[in-house]
Ligand binder design. Structure first.
Ligand code: ZN
Length: 482
């Protein structure tokens, strides 16, 4: 690329709480009838006093700690003054100079490389209402107004789209692991704001461009990637044409990532910040902070390291840390006796991420609710690794368990006599039958040695999956002089 990109992100996240940030109205607005969860505090009516939501602050601190931030024990809320129809008070309660969390980082991985993205700050604020545009009219639904919002701001540390995508994914995992929010982007629970500029070759390594393009309200990682591509093109054309770049706020024009100008910024916005007079300064004591710290369970990177140490392949470990239903079930299997070894862990993970995931999806169930027990699964895979049953039989038994809804792999194998044929004379009967039934294939086999695989398949079918494919192939080759 001709110009180096300088990218920072702001992430707006809805904290999962029962009530709003400064009043007791329900914060559950998704799909609700308009304007039912509102009160004088949400509207900032004269005399109404805001009371901070302790649970929301707890979640903000928890996320800050999970993002390796230092916590400011003495903090406060501030007023950001501006008027907009979705902000009925004429100001937003937010945090300006002393956020709850500061100076953290997130570790991301691109293939085998890892990098740190610095987190500048994590602060708490309230969300605005929702504007609904209908033809000439704009309607406002205040249910969302005042719901708790956490803002995460990164340093301009990103240079590529891959880094942005890896960061967004890892951040969403951390948020979910720390149980701060469900971070469902389709519901608008996590939104991005992009800050992007291009560095011309005349700037020194430590220098940043003197302009910044902000693109607001991006609701998905894939659109974010498209916006970066679009903005790179757009900005580099302007620079190539010798245009003086100035800071702008741009909006999303469509889902293919095009942006359009909303306003230019000749100077910094004047929001006339001042400390919120209706809320006393917030003092956080260390005991409470430590208590929150201890409530954080294993984080994604720790989980990934644990899987890699167990010997799982990178790709498998990545699936488990993203899809925690699968990962949790894998952990449960690993708690069973006789599972703690690399060979079996690798085999378990492959089966979980292919066949078992397939069954779960096909039957529209979940790993938690499916009828296959961890004991049965481990029992089957141990038999497989000991060469006592074939992969085909494993699948068959799992299918029977899913169809009947009953556990008991050992009984199923016994009842249906599914143990692998180890007795060569028994295997020979199937091989002989297949050879005599398929004269034509046998005749052609000298010209096309691959046809032997076809015969192996027939023996497998004839033996209902109980023949060992390798022994069968050897026996066939021997009999046919191959
Ligand atoms: Zn309210």
């Amino acid at each position: 690329m001709k110009y180096q990109t300088v990218i920072g992100l702001e992430v707006h996240l809805q904290a999962k709480t029962n009530s709003k940030m400064f009043c007791s109205c329900s914060s559950d607005y998704f799909g609700k009838e308009a304007n039912i969860n509102i009160c004088p505090v949400c509207f900032g009516l004269p005399g109404a006093l805001p009371v901070p939501n302790e649970e929301a602050i707890r979640k903000c601190i928890k996320l800050s700690l999970a993002l390796n931030c230092k916590i400011n024990n003495n903090s406060k809320f501030d007023r950001k003054n501006y008027y907009y129809p979705d902000l009925p008070k004429g100001y937003q309660i937010t945090q300006s100079d002393i956020p709850f969390g500061e100076d953290g980082y997130v570790e991301i991985e691109i293939g085998d490389d890892s990098r740190r993205i610095r987190i500048k700050r994590v602060h708490m604020e309230e969300d605005t209402a929702k504007s609904i545009h209908e033809g000439e009219d704009t309607l406002v639904d205040y249910n969302k107004s005042g719901t708790p919002l956490i803002e995460i701001v990164t340093e301009p540390d990103f240079q590529t789209v891959e880094e942005i995508a890896a960061f967004a994914k890892r951040l969403r995992q951390i948020i979910r692991y720390a149980e701060v929010s469900d971070a469902e982007m389709q519901k608008g629970q996590m939104r991005f704001e992009l800050n992007m500029s291009l560095k011309t070759p005349d700037l020194a390594a430590h220098e940043l461009p003197d302009y910044r393009i902000e693109v607001k309200n991006i609701g998905s990682i894939s659109v974010l990637e498209k916006v970066i591509d679009f903005e790179y093109e757009r900005q580099s054309i302007e620079i190539d044409n010798g245009k003086k770049m100035i800071s702008q706020t741009r909006g999303l024009k469509n889902m293919s990532g095009e942006t359009l100008l909303q306003r230019t910024k000749e100077s910094a916005d004047d929001y006339r910040y001042f400390p919120e007079p209706d809320i006393p300064p917030i003092k956080l004591d260390d005991t409470w902070i430590n208590e929150i710290k201890e409530s954080i369970k294993e984080l994604p990177l720790e989980r990934k390291t644990r899987y890699l140490e167990l010997g799982l392949e990178l790709e498998q470990a990545d699936i488990f840390i993203e899809d925690t239903d699968r990962g949790d079930w894998f952990d449960l299997v690993c708690q069973e006796e006789g599972s703690n070894d690399t060979k079996i862990a690798k085999e378990l993970s492959k089966w979980i991420n292919s066949d078992i995931a397939g069954f779960v999806e096909k039957r529209k169930t979940s790993f938690e609710k499916m009828p296959l027990t961890t004991k049965d699964f481990l029992y089957l895979l141990n038999l497989l690794l000991e060469n006592k049953i074939t992969g085909t039989v494993v699948k068959k038994v799992i299918e029977i368990i899913f169809t009947t809804g009953k556990a008991g792999a050992e009984e199923i194998i016994k009842e249906r006599n599914l143990l692998q044929i180890t007795d060569e004379s028994e295997l020979e009967k199937f091989v002989d039958k297949v050879i005599s039934d398929n004269e034509k294939v046998v005749k052609d086999i000298k010209k096309n040695p691959n046809a032997v695989k076809f015969l192996v398949g027939l023996v497998m079918r004839e033996s209902r999956g109980k023949a060992n494919p390798n022994t069968t192939e050897e026996l066939l080759k021997e009999k046919l002089d191959l």
